[in-house]
Structures are given as C-alpha cells and as structure tokens.
Design a binder for this molecule. Structure first.
Ligand code: SF4
Length: 332
C-alpha cells in the first residue's frame, strides 16, 4: 500500500551554517517556524482526511531537526504524540544534517516514535562539500548512517547533483558511496539556484557554470537506474513544484516534472538499443508507461523521427514495469 507523509516544514531552524544553495524560506514557502499549537492544528486537519493512517508518517522537513533548540525539538515531538496514538500512525520522519547525529539524540528520537531519519549527504566528495559550505565531511555521513541503522531507524539519504565544483563523475561517485551505505530511501535533487544564495552570486558572476537540462536529465536517469539496481527506493527526483521555488530560481535544473523527464530518457535509451535500423515500428509498453515512453511533449517520438525511424507507442497489459516489446510495421 502506498506510503504517505503529513509534511510539517521547519524553515531554516538550527542550521549552524548557510549552505551555498540553501534558502529554506523559499523551499518551505514559509518564514516563521511553526509553534507546537500550530502543529497540533495542522495535524488535526490532516489526520481527519487520512485514508490509510497505518501507512502515514508525520514528516518534519525543511530545517535540521536534531540541530534545533532542544526544547523546541521536544515540543514538536510532544505535539505529534497524541496523533501517533489516536490514529496509529506509522511513525515520524525527520531530516537533519549528518554532523548533528549522536547516540543521545537518537535515544530521544526513538522514545518519541521517530521511525525514519533522512540525512542531507548532498555529496560524498569533501572538496565539493567544502566549496558549498556544508560544514561537514563525507566521513560524517558514513558515521551517522551506520549509527542510525544500528539504532534501528530507517535510513534515507539525500544527494544533490550539479553542485558547485561537482562534475558528473563526482555525482556518480556520490551515488555509489550512498549505495554502499545501504539506505532504504534516497532523494536526488538536481541543483536549483535560488536568488539570494551563494550559488546565485557564483552563477551570476560566471564562476559557476551549469550544464544543460538534457545533460542533467541523462545523468539523473543513470543514477535512478543505479539505485533501482541496488534495490534502493528513490522517493524523490527533483524539487517539488512550488510557486516559491519557481519564482526564486535564477538558474540550475528546475523542471516541474523532472522525474518524468528522466523516465522518458530511460525509455529512449532502451528503445535506441533495440531500434537498430530505419523503418516504422510499434513499441509496446505497459499501459502505465504510455506517456513516459513517448517522452515529454512526445519528444522521444520526434527524436526517432529525425533518425528516419517512425514509432507508434501502444499499450500491452501483459508487460510490466519498464518492459517493452518492439514489432516492425510492414505493409502487405
Ligand atoms: S543544513 Fe540544510 S537547512 Fe541548513 S543551511 Fe544547509 S541545506 Fe539549509
């Protein structure tokens, strides 16, 4: 059954530094951190609409949960408790920095029913972490990940692609290092350059050059396949579409349906391997994959047309996942 989150954003609270790309006020779309009373109200409304509470986690996202003022952190966890009990929710999900995890805080989180901890790893290259003012090392990510798993939490790791001074090979290295840590879930965020950040200054002064959205799509499509091959669930690919992000982005790789772009690229590559001669072909895919196989605005169909290959995409309910079958179209 599908997992869902009740998301509570804790904007820019408790961060010991300011990462090159971060403008949490924009990402979370709110400025003031919510009080415990406001969280109670939010949870009351959200829980009433739940259809499957047993698969729902309360998710504190946005800031660095274990770095916030301890009293405030406890007040948030306390506010969540009545809803955990009344609706028998699956747990609490938090996101934090790798250097803000230790045995003491994990003991507290366990006591309050936190089930999943997501770490912002972002890169596993120390030079990239330094250049982007992350304030922690790749070793911090490794140590925190091991500890989180030892304490029995579900581990999630977040990575960013296309950071300042990070080449595609560095992003692939980061993905491989993350796979070695065996998280249950991963989020991949291609960089979106937000106004008012250090990245925006570097970008606007020409020091930081980005590559094309197509190149980033190809890279992330490859990372998605790598994680899937390692049996790691990619629960997010690209930033959530929001007015705040769209309005504040000055560069980078924002697309409201970035994951679909990546899936379209995966289908195109699969088809390319099979369509080795010109002509007309019918490509059968599972009914759920019709639009992905065609690509955004049918770009895959146009791509092959330019190579002298006409394709029609049709549904075959016997196929599942990203399987495809190709038949040559011949006129009698
Ligand atoms: S640690 Fe997270 S919330 Fe804090 S500045 Fe960096 S990205 Fe933003």
């Amino acid at each position: 059954m599908k997992h869902s989150n009740i998301s509570v954003f804790i904007p820019h609270k408790g961060c010991p530094n300011c990462c090159s790309f971060c403008n949490q006020r924009t990402i979370s779309g709110t400025v003031n951190p919510p009080s415990a009373a406001e969280i109670t109200e939010l949870l009351e409304n959200a829980c009433l609409k739940l259809r499957h509470p047993e698969n729902t986690e309360i998710a504190f996202f946005g800031g660095s949960f274990t770095a916030i003022d301890r009293e405030y952190m406890l007040s948030l966890l306390e506010a969540a408790q009545p809803f955990m009990l009344k609706y028998k929710l699956a747990g609490i999900r938090i996101s934090t920095r790798p250097d803000c995890i230790d045995g003491d805080v994990l003991t507290i989180l366990k006591k309050y029913g936190v089930s999943s901890i997501e770490l912002g790893a972002q890169s596993m290259r120390d030079d990239v972490l330094k250049a982007n003012d992350r304030g922690h090392t790749a070793e911090d990510v490794r140590k925190a990940s091991v500890l989180i798993k030892e304490y029995g939490f579900s581990l999630g790791l977040q990575m960013m692609t296309g950071l300042y001074l990070s080449e595609p090979a560095d992003d692939i290295f980061t993905a491989e290092e993350i796979i070695a840590l065996k998280p249950e879930t991963v989020r991949i965020y291609p960089v979106v350059i937000l106004g008012g950040t250090k990245l925006a200054d570097l970008y606007q002064s020409g020091v930081y050059r980005t590559y094309s959205l197509d190149e980033m799509t190809e890279l992330c499509a490859m990372l998605l396949e790598k994680f899937e091959a390692a049996d790691i669930k990619v629960i997010r690919l690209g930033l959530h579409a929001s007015e705040g992000v769209e309005g504040d982005a000055v560069g980078g790789y924002y697309h409201p349906a970035f994951k679909e772009l990546c899936l379209g690229a995966i289908f195109r590559r699969q088809m390319e391997n099979l369509l080795t001669e010109q002509g007309s072909f019918t490509v059968y895919v599972s009914p759920r994959c019709l639009s992905m196989a065609s690509g955004q605005k049918k770009c895959n169909i146009d791509y092959f047309k330019e190579k002298g290959i006409d394709i029609k995409i049709k549904a075959d309910p016997r196929l599942c996942g990203r399987e495809l079958r190709i038949e040559k179209f011949t006129q009698n």
